[in-house]
Design a protein around this ligand. Structure first.
Ligand SMILES: Cc1ncc(COP(=O)(O)O)c(C=O)c1O
Length: 456
C-alpha cells in the first residue's frame, strides 16, 4: 500500500514510527489491523499511517491488562484514555450491568424518568462540590461541556440579561471536540482548521504561566458585565500535557467569579473520579462551581455517560410556565442511559468500599519517588508534572521532529505497557487500583524505552 506523507498537526504526531511487518499479513494482529483500517475511522488518528503506528487490537481484558488478538498482554497505563478507574471486567460492575439488562437498557429522559438514573443522581448529589445539584446527563465529556456553555448563556437570558454572552477561558484549555467545546478550548490538537467555526472568547493564560490567576482575576473584574461564565479545569490542564496549578490560584479565580457575579464552570471530565487524589479536584480548592462537567470515570470507564451538574441557583433560573421559553430546550437521545446509570451507581459505591482514594495517594507517592529518581541527571527528561495519578513526563529532544514522545511510547508498547503521548509529553494515567509492582513495571519500561530512543 502506498502511503502518502501526511501533514504534521499540533498535538497529534502523525508520522509513522517503523513497521518491520508492513505489508505482511502473517499474524492475527496484522489481519485485524487490515480489517480495521478497511472500515473503521479512528479519532485523532491519521488513517493513512494508522497501520504502521503499531495499534494494538484488543480482544479482551483482565484487571488492568489488555490482551490483544495475538494473546499479547499490555498493562493499560493510560486507563483507556483516562476513563478506566477500577479496572476492566470488574465483577461487581459486570453484575450491575447484567442486572440492569434484566430490567431495561434504556428509556428516554425527555419528559420522563428512570428509576436507576434517579438513584444515581441521588447518590452523586452529596458527593459533588456543587450546591443542591441537578444533573443533566449526556454521553461524552464534550457534550457535558456543550450543555454547560448553553446553560450558562440561558441562565442570564432567562433573567432578561442579554449582554452576558462571552466566556473567559484559559490558554492550553481542552474541553472536547464539538464546536462549542473547541471554541472555549485553546486550539492546537490539530483543530486549527476549524478556526472559522469557533466563536470568540476572552482568554487568560494557561497554567504554564505562573501569573495566570492574576491575569484571569483582572479580566473577570474588567469584563464581568459581558461574561456568562469562566471555564477552568481545576488543578490540572490535562490534554495540553498535564500543566499544573495550585489550589490557591483556583480559589482566587473562584472568589473573583463570586465577587463579580460571574458563573464558574469547572470541567472535571478528566480530573474527576479520583485521578488527582480526591473524588473531584475542586474539593482541594475550596471552590464550589456553579456548573460542573463530569464524564470519563463516571461509569468507571465502562459506558458512555457524562453529566452537567448545575447548582440550585442555576437550575432555578430555568423554572417557569409549562412550554415556556424558560425551558432548557436541549437533551440527547441517550441521556441518562439506564445501563450506564446502573454501572455508575455501583461504581460510586465500590469506590468507597475499596477505599480507592487511599490507593491513589499511596501509589502517587511511590510513582513520584520513582520518577524523581528517573529524571535525576537524565538529560532526556525536561520535567515531571504530577497531581495524584495524572502524570506528564516531558521529554527534552535536542531538536524538532525527533518524535520522541511517539517513539518512547511505541518502545513502551513493545515492552508490554500501553502509553500514548501528547507531543513530547509521555502521559502516565494508571488505573486507580494499580499495585506497587505495576507502578514499578511502568517506570522500568519507561526507563528502558527512553534509553532506547533518546540515548545519543
Ligand atoms: C478536561 C476535558 N474536558 C472534556 C473532554 C472531552 O471529553 P470526551 O472525550 O469524553 O468528549 C476531555 C477529554 O479528554 C477533557 O480532558
Amino acid at each position: 500500500m502506498a502511503v502518502p506523507s501526511p501533514p504534521r498537526c499540533q498535538g497529534c504526531d502523525a508520522v509513522p514510527v517503523t513497521n518491520a511487518d508492513e505489508g505482511s499479513l502473517t499474524s492475527a494482529h496484522d489481519r485485524w489491523v487490515d480489517r480495521d483500517a478497511a472500515v473503521v475511522w479512528h479519532g485523532f488518528t491519521q488513517m493513512s499511517t494508522y497501520a504502521q503506528n503499531r495499534p494494538i487490537i484488543v480482544d479482551y481484558a483482565e484487571g488492568r491488562e489488555l490482551i490483544d488478538v495475538d494473546g499479547t498482554r499490555y498493562l493499560d497505563a493510560i486507563s483507556s484514555l483516562w476513563v478506566t478507574t477500577l479496572g476492566h471486567r470488574v465483577p461487581e460492575l459486570d453484575a450491575a450491568a447484567r442486572e440492569q439488562l434484566d430490567r431495561v437498557a434504556h428509556t428516554t429522559m425527555l419528559g420522563n424518568g428512570n428509576r436507576i438514573t434517579i438513584e444515581l443522581a441521588e447518590a452523586l448529589a452529596p458527593r459533588v462540590p456543587v450546591s443542591e445539584p441537578h444533573f443533566l446527563f449526556a454521553s461524552d465529556g464534550a457534550a457535558a461541556v456543550e450543555q454547560a456553555i448553553k446553560i450558562a448563556f440561558q441562565f442570564w437570558t432567562n433573567q432578561g440579561i442579554n449582554d452576558r454572552t462571552r466566556y473567559l477561558t484559559l490558554g492550553g484549555a481542552y474541553h472536547g471536540d464539538t464546536i462549542g467545546a473547541i471554541s472555549i478550548g485553546a486550539g492546537g490538537f490539530g483543530t486549527d482548521v476549524f478556526n472559522p467555526l469557533r466563536f470568540d472568547v476572552l482568554r487568560a493564560p494557561g497554567y504554564d504561566d505562573l501569573g495566570w490567576a492574576d491575569t484571569a482575576v483582572a479580566m473577570i473584574s474588567a469584563h464581568a458585565h459581558e461574561l456568562a461564565a469562566v471555564v477552568i479545569e481545576p488543578l490540572v490542564q490535562g490534554a495540553v500535557g498535564m500543566w499544573l496549578t495550585d489550589p490557591e490560584s483556583v480559589e482566587r479565580v473562584g472568589d473573583a467569579c463570586r465577587e463579580h457575579n460571574v458563573l464558574l464552570i469547572a470541567d472535571e471530565v478528566a480530573t474527576g473520579f479520583g485521578r488527582t487524589g480526591t473524588l473531584f479536584a475542586a474539593e482541594q480548592c475550596r471552590v464550589r462551581p456553579d456548573i460542573m462537567c463530569i464524564g470519563k470515570g463516571l461509569t468507571g470507564g465502562y459506558l458512555a455517560m457524562a453529566a452537567t451538574v448545575a447548582s440550585r441557583r442555576v437550575y432555578e433560573a430555568f423554572l417557569g410556565p409549562d412550554l415556556s421559553e424558560m425551558t432548557l430546550y436541549h437533551g440527547h437521545s441517550f441521556s441518562g442511559n439506564a445501563l450506564a446509570a446502573a454501572v455508575a451507581l455501583r461504581h460510586l459505591q465500590l469506590f468507597e468500599e475499596l477505599d480507592v482514594l487511599a490507593n491513589v495517594r499511596e501509589r502517587a507517592t511511590q510513582l513520584h519517588e520513582r520518577l524523581e529518581a528517573l529524571a535525576n541527571g537524565n538529560s532526556a527528561i525536561k520535567e515531571i508534572r504530577q497531581r495524584g495519578l495524572m502524570v506528564g513526563v516531558e521529554l527534552a529532544p535536542p531538536e524538532d521532529d525527533l518524535r520522541w514522545g511517539r517513539r518512547v511510547c511505541a518502545a513502551s508498547v513493545d515492552r508490554g505497557v500501553l502509553l500514548r503521548p501528547l507531543g513530547d509529553v509521555v502521559v502516565l494515567m494508571p488505573i486507580l487500583t494499580i499495585t506497587a509492582d505495576e507502578i514499578d513495571r511502568i517506570v522500568d519500561v519507561l526507563d528502558a524505552a527512553i534509553n532506547e530512543v533518546c540515548a545519543q
